[in-house]
Design a protein around this ligand. Sequence first.
Ligand SMILES: [Zn+2]
Length: 240
Amino acid sequence: MCQSCIDQARRQFLTRSALGLAAGALTVTGLQLPAVAAAVPPTTLKPDEALAKLKEGNKRFVEAPELCEADMLKRREKVAQGQAPWATVLTCADSRVPPELIFGGLNLGELFVCRNAGNTADIATLGTIEYGGEHLGSPLIVVMGHERCGAVKAACEVAEKGTKLPGFIGPMVDAILPAAKAEMGKEGDFVANVVRENAKRTAEKIGTESEIVKHLVDEGKVKIVYAVYDLDTGVVDFIG
Ligand SMILES: [Zn+2]
């Protein structure tokens, strides 16, 4: 938390204490009201505007990384009753690739995020992306792979050497195998090529297998792009 957030939180706490509304006071009756989803209008950003905003955020991250520059408490209160994210990001579970940070210190309620090792589109991910586009009105879908991805490295080993992976890791990595097989023997770094190809194929899969997303894309309401994040420089390269 940055200093501005700490100051803001302190002010907020003092105000609440003065009004007798210290944290927890509202739930002491034992009555928990069911959460009601308030209707929040979707973002007004067009797909290309959302993409430009992500690029601008990544530039900010690369030039002047900041862990927390926003007032998160105020924001939390603002979005508690509903969300209207302006971009959907499918990326790797890798701890070095948190989208909210690498797109410039974004706050609560801005990105609709799906993550799994290797950023593949299984049923849960496809359903999540459909929900983001259809229900929440997110105008942009970004599939973002990253440099030196462990899941992709594993898929490369399976493709090259027939390595057997334990537990559910094997079937999980199977989703990356078509990209690995397609890139075997090609010029350049094998893993880097597969990272790019896997992101591309995942983006294509979302656009072809999901009728809902396909429809949104045809209507011009949603755009799908793919990108690769550079762990060393922090730059997100939007490829297609
Ligand atoms: Zn990864």
